[in-house]
Structures are given as C-alpha cells and as structure tokens.
Design a protein around this ligand. Structure first.
Ligand SMILES: C[S@@+](CC[C@H](N)C(=O)[O-])C[C@H]1O[C@@H](n2cnc3c(N)ncnc32)[C@H](O)[C@@H]1O
Length: 253
C-alpha cells in the first residue's frame, strides 16, 4: 500500500493538512520543553500532535485519499464482467476500484472535468495516468459530461458506481442523476452509490467538518434510501464502511 504511487490530485489541505499541522505541533512541543512552558500547554500541544497524526493516518489509510478505493461489497457485479459507468469519476479512485475489483469489466468514467471539487487540475489525462499505473487503462474510457444529463443511450450499461460525487449536488441534481443513471442501465443493471458518512472517522479527522453537499452535517441514511427508491431503484444492500455510506441497488421494474 503505497500512498505516494498515484496522483489523484486531492490538493494540499486535503492530502497534507494534518501532516503540516503535525510538524507545527511537534515543533511547538519541542519549544514548550525548551522554554519550559507550563505543564497544561505541553499536554495540550501533545494532544493536538496526537490528533494531527491520527487525522493523517485516517485520511490516507481509511479515506484512501491517495489510493484507489475498495469495493464496499462483494455483491456488486458478481458476474465480474460488463460495461460500468462511473458517475463523477474525477481522477480515478472509484474507476480503479471497479477495474481492479472486477478485472473483466470496462468503465466509462464520466465527469464534468470543470469546476473545483477538491481535485487540482481535474482532467482525463490525470485519470488515464492513474489507470496506466494500475495497468487497467485499456478497459477505461473517459467521457466529459454531466451526470444530470448523461451523454449515453438508454439501457446500454450493466452497472454504475458513483463515489463521493452525487453528494456534491443539490437535491434536484441528485434526483436528475438518479433518473439518468437508471435510464442508461440495462433492465437488471446495478448501481453502487457511495457517499460520505459523517461517522467517527470523519469526526476525528475533521472535527469542524460541517457538511459534504446537500445533506448537511448528518448523513441522512433514510433520505438517501428514499431518494433511491423514489427514483425506481430496488435496494439490494445498504451498509457502511469507515467514512462511507453505501447502497447497492438494482434498476427494478
Ligand atoms: C470528490 S470528487 C470524487 C471523484 C472520485 N469518484 C473519487 O472518489 O475520487 C467529485 C467528482 O464529481 C465530479 N462532479 C461533480 N458534479 C458533477 C456532475 N454534475 N456531473 C459529472 N461529474 C460531476 C467532480 O468533477 C469531481 O471529479
């Protein structure tokens, strides 16, 4: 597990903010002993140092900010093969999750590739570079487009995933994206939705993390589920993994 192998482009504060804080607190701790600061300041700086190191470890190893994501369930695309849409693919963590986890699959990586969503220079070039590094570029096709108006024909895909992307949209955008994903799926097509879950991992790493998209500070599990069923999806599985809420749904009738 090499956190320096890929370049997913999550910029400074996201990738290294905790590390920078750790260096600052370590220096302060040294100064506190050197200048013989009162005990309580040493304890406080100690705690802050421990938090920043914990935050860095969570960010890298739990949130996998610089690593391909891992499928949260074995039940996704059990056939192991098929054409999969990654809605809001960005620099490729979720596309690599599918391509590595299901080595017979092909992925269409759809993204606006415009605007800022935490990724610096969010371009298909960066996505392809990461895919080449993983040895899966021959099964990947990047497509510039909006998931609220997917530029693909009806019922052409076996499955879809979307990781930490739809939760950036407003409610109308979420509804449109779900309808569009459902439209492009074949009748039995599956959709794996992954959104940020403001659980203990997120709260440790980002104590002041207020919201990630429309749903605000608390991840509203029921509301996500209702939006999916209202869009016509049938829920096959629902669960959490650290920092993540996921739903595996089927197009349904
Ligand atoms: C936080 S990134 C997640 C990228 C990737 N799935 C991952 O897990 O690393 C969110 C991505 O969603 C994309 N995005 C946001 N709104 C979009 C839309 N309406 N249509 C397509 N992509 C969108 C952004 O450009 C960005 O690349």
């Amino acid at each position: 597990m090499n956190i320096f192998a890929y370049d997913f482009g999550y910029d400074g504060p996201w990738s290294y903010g905790h590390l920078i804080a750790a260096v600052i607190f370590a220096v302060m701790l040294g100064v506190s002993f050197w200048r013989n600061w009162p005990l309580w300041t040493k304890v406080l700086v100690d705690l802050l140092l421990a938090w920043s190191i914990a935050g860095y470890v969570i960010l890298q190893l739990v949130l996998r900010i610089n690593l391909p994501l891992e499928l949260p369930t074995d039940n996704f695309l059990t056939a192991g093969t098929g054409q999969v849409l990654d809605a809001g693919a960005g620099s490729g963590r979720s596309s690599l999750m599918v391509l590595q986890g299901r080595p017979q699959s092909r992925v269409i990586a759809l993204d606006l590739y415009a605007g800022y969503f935490g990724i610096q220079d969010n371009t298909p070039d960066r996505l392809y570079a990461n895919a080449r590094l993983a040895g899966v570029a021959d099964r990947l096709e990047a497509k510039v487009g909006d998931m609220r108006e997917i530029p693909l024909a009806d019922e052409t895909l076996d499955a879809a995933v979307s990781a930490y992307a739809i939760d950036h949209l407003e409610i109308e955008g979420i509804k449109k994206s779900f309808a569009e994903i459902r439209r492009v799926l074949r009748p039995d097509g599956e959709f794996l939705l992954m959104v940020i879950n403001n659980d203990v991992w997120i709260r440790i790493a980002y104590p002041f993390f207020l919201h990630h998209g429309y749903f605000g500070p608390r991840t509203n599990i029921e509301r996500w589920r209702n939006l999916l069923t209202d869009a016509g999806f049938e829920v096959l599985e629902q669960g959490t993994q650290p920092a993540t809420l996921y739903f595996l749904v089927r197009k349904g009738t």
